[in-house]
Design a protein around this ligand. Structure first.
Ligand code: FPP
Length: 239
């Protein structure tokens, strides 16, 4: 492999379709998807990925049937409880991005507990995007900067890219190198808009519950073969 991504982000899609194909209720797909999360987190840490960010619940996901939203929230709580030890054993630090305020208090409580308990781990950083929307993130950053400009804390001329980054939920994350989306959909779906600016995109038809550690390895090998030019020419990169 030529190079390894520092930051891998995943849109875990296809849980519902997986369940339908099996003649099961949608929720069974999410349940099975949680097992994939465990396997992929372990493999990413094993591969030496520094940052793995998973899109667990978007600001738009509130529009799903109430029963599915409730079951997803319960699954998050039970997964955090169950996999807490896996994070400790693998030296993984848990973080979250998104607006935690409107999450059910039990989810918030469990999440903050695991974040606190793993904060000194210095292996991979696993970030869960929860109640996250990329447009909302940028909007909130713009509002915070505007307030600082109004109160003469920053002058408008001094506002640059780093000012924006410092006000994002994702301020502590590096740019995404590789975005993986499962299930055959080829969309960004309001995920990490700022940090995806130069990401390599990898789409696979595999549904998330069927995604294996070998599929992650395949995506990493594919990434390793890509030439990242960041606007430069191929020749400039080799000289
Ligand atoms: C998209 O599939 C998936 C989600 C909206 C939820 C992701 C949640 C999990 C993988 C389970 C638990 C997560 C953690 C972090 C433990 P979809 O329902 O949109 O699938 P469809 O497009 O086939 O209907």
């Amino acid at each position: 492999m030529n190079h390894q991504p520092k930051h891998v982000a995943i849109i875990m899609d296809g849980n519902g379709r997986w369940a339908k194909k099996q003649g099961k209720k949608r929720f069974m797909g999410h349940n099975r998807g949680a097992k994939t999360v465990k396997a992929v987190v372990e493999e990413a840490a094993h591969q030496g990925i520094e940052n793995l960010t998973l899109f667990a619940f978007s600001t738009e996901n509130w529009n799903r049937p109430k029963e599915e939203v409730n079951l997803l929230m319960k699954l998050l709580v039970s997964s955090l409880r169950k996999e807490f030890k896996q994070l400790i054993d693998n030296n993984i630090r848990l973080c979250s991005v998104g607006n935690l305020e409107s999450l059910p208090s039990l989810v918030k409580q469990e999440l903050l507990f695991v974040i606190e308990k793993t904060k000194s781990n210095n292996g991979m950083t696993l970030t869960l995007a929860l109640n996250y929307g990329g447009k909302e993130e940028i909007l909130e950053a713009v509002k915070a900067i505007a307030r600082k400009v109004k109160n003469s804390i920053i002058s408008p001329e001094k506002v640059d890219e780093s000012t924006i980054i410092e006000h994002l939920y994702t301020r502590n994350l590096p740019p995404v190198d590789l975005l993986i989306r499962t299930s055959g959909e080829e969309r960004i779906s309001n995920f990490l808009l700022w940090h995806l600016a130069y990401a390599e995109l990898y789409f696979t038809k595999t549904l998330w519950p069927d995604f294996t550690k070998e599929d992650l390895q395949k995506a990493l090998i594919n990434y390793g073969k890509r030439e990242r030019r960041f606007g430069k020419t191929s020749e400039q990169l080799t000289t």
